[in-house]
Design a protein around this ligand. Structure first.
Ligand SMILES: *Cc1c(COP(=O)(O)O)cnc(C)c1O
Length: 459
């Protein structure tokens, strides 16, 4: 299917852009992402230690820094076929409206019921849990997209699904909650009194509306304290980025089909998995010295881990029950202001994306949410799709780059990831439409305060 000699033909299904294997960009990285550390010993987590929390096969994928292509089991491919390959769309109307010579393409991941790219990893993780003979999985969800995707995948495979949902989302997004319950998930607002760590956080911060880091701590405890359960996570981890490489592989194949060579690749960055998945094959070409691209990660100005964070070992969760990861981080105690792009409100960034950024393979920019919603509204009006606030971060920068092309007359080819739809984000759109949306950017002092709590471990 592909004309690129470096991508073996056999990894794609005949007559489709859908791959048979995921691409593991770590195999081509000279500087591998740093290993997860055990907070108690400061030593790299062993497979055995990780298997107490995560599914066995997923632990293998997490630790595998050398195998470039990892086959996608047939059952997962069959599930993917319900909504993949996802469309790669040329944004003709947007180009025309902007009057730009740039060619703009977007890879649209909102075409499934869960409404985002997260289903790509949810089905894989649920599959490996089922294969291991587990009863169920636990997880956290912030804005609700990951919980929705996982509920769908678990319903399909007949697995029990327990979701700790950040309390403010639980209250503000009742419809998300009901979608998950309809798919059979048990949804608990976090922090809750169902776990020891939840009770501790509630005692220390009564009335807290919760955070992702806090919900993670509760979900991990729920997994390790019940027989036959493991914890699964929707972003940040190497394994999730691996599953999301399906986005990039399909994009690569579709572009090859039409002989298109992109110049700029743009993605929004929360925990880094969608961006990492989209750019993986392209970053692989850069790492192997074959081609160059401008890759841009876009993050919210309210939670700027790449642009203002530090590249150090940090806790992945507020309760400090998870391993330490080396990543760009704002500190695990950083609580971002109430930005409406809930999926981008995580204090850290995937170790793979962090390492690639550190080594100069990608750029990062942060954007304010009012500017993001301007772009979302513009895009909705000309291209028809109502985008998720998270995805709209990438739209913002794609538009900015296309406008630059108008000024310089360069006909660059821009590809961006449109990670999902915004139908459950109408409260945010309402704020914007009513002119009530404000930008809250942390001050240097606020960032210093949370960075001061970084663990002194791992250098
Ligand atoms: C979760 C989410 C994101 C953030 O994805 P990461 O892989 O964590 O960076 C972006 N867009 C949408 C629609 C999401 O649901």
């Amino acid at each position: 299917m592909t004309t690129d000699p470096k991508i073996p033909y056999k990894i794609y299904l005949e007559e489709s852009e859908m791959p048979r294997a995921w691409y593991n960009v770590r195999a081509d990285m000279k500087n591998k992402p740093a290993p997860l550390l055990n907070p108690a010993t400061g030593k790299p987590m062993t497979a055995e230690e990780l298997e107490a929390v995560f599914c066995r096969e997923l632990v293998q994928q997490e630790l595998d820094d050398t195998t470039p292509y990892i086959p996608i089991p047939e059952e997962i491919r069959d599930f993917y076929k319900m909504y993949r390959p996802s469309p790669l769309v040329r944004a003709y109307c947007l180009e025309e409206k902007l009057g730009t010579p740039a060619k703009i393409y977007y890879k649209f991941e909102g075409n499934n019921t869960s409404g985002s790219h997260k289903l790509n990893s949810a089905i894989a993780q649920a599959y490996y849990a089922k294969n291991q003979g587990l009863r169920g999985v636990t997880t956290e969800t912030g804005a609700g997209q990951w919980g929705t995707a996982l509920s769908m995948a678990c319903a399909y495979l007949g697995l029990d699904c327990q979701v700790y949902m950040v309390k403010c989302s639980y209250e503000q997004k009742p419809f998300r909650r009901e979608v998950m319950r309809t798919y059979g998930a048990k949804v608990t607002p976090s922090p809750s009194d169902t776990t020891a760590v939840g009770r501790k956080i509630l005692a220390e911060h009564p009335g807290t509306s919760g955070s992702l880091g806090c919900a993670i701590s509760e979900a991990v405890e729920a997994a390790t304290s019940q027989e036959g359960y493991r914890y699964v996570l929707g972003s940040v981890l190497n394994q999730v980025l691996l599953h999301q490489s399906v986005i990039g592989l399909e994009t690569r194949a579709a572009l090859d089909k039409y002989g298109i060579q992109p110049d700029i690749i743009i993605g929004c960055a929360g925990g880094g998995s969608n961006l990492g998945g989209l750019i993986s094959p392209f970053a692989g070409e850069m790492l192997r010295g074959e081609r160059n691209y401008r890759i841009i990660a876009v993050e919210p100005a309210s939670c700027p881990s790449l642009t203002r964070g530090r590249f150090v070992y940090d806790f992945c969760d507020t309760g400090h029950v998870c391993p330490l990861a080396k990543m760009y981080t704002l500190g695990s105690e950083f609580i971002p202001s109430a930005n409406h792009a809930g999926g981008l409100r995580y204090h850290g960034m995937s170790s793979v994306v962090s390492q690639l950024y550190h080594d100069g393979y990608l750029e990062a920019v942060s954007v304010e949410q009012t500017k993001v919603f301007e772009a979302a509204e513009y895009f909705a009006r000309v291209e028809g799709i109502l985008p998720a606030p998270e995805s709209s971060h990438a739209i913002r920068v794609a538009i900015d780059e296309a406008v630059k092309c108008r000024e310089t007359g360069e006909a660059k080819t821009i590809v961006f990831g449109l990670t999902g739809t915004g139908y459950f984000d109408m409260v945010a759109y309402q704020r914007y439409n009513d002119g009530k949306m404000v930008d809250r950017i942390p001050t240097d002092e606020e960032l210093e305060a949370s960075l001061a709590t970084l663990p002194k471990i791992g250098g």
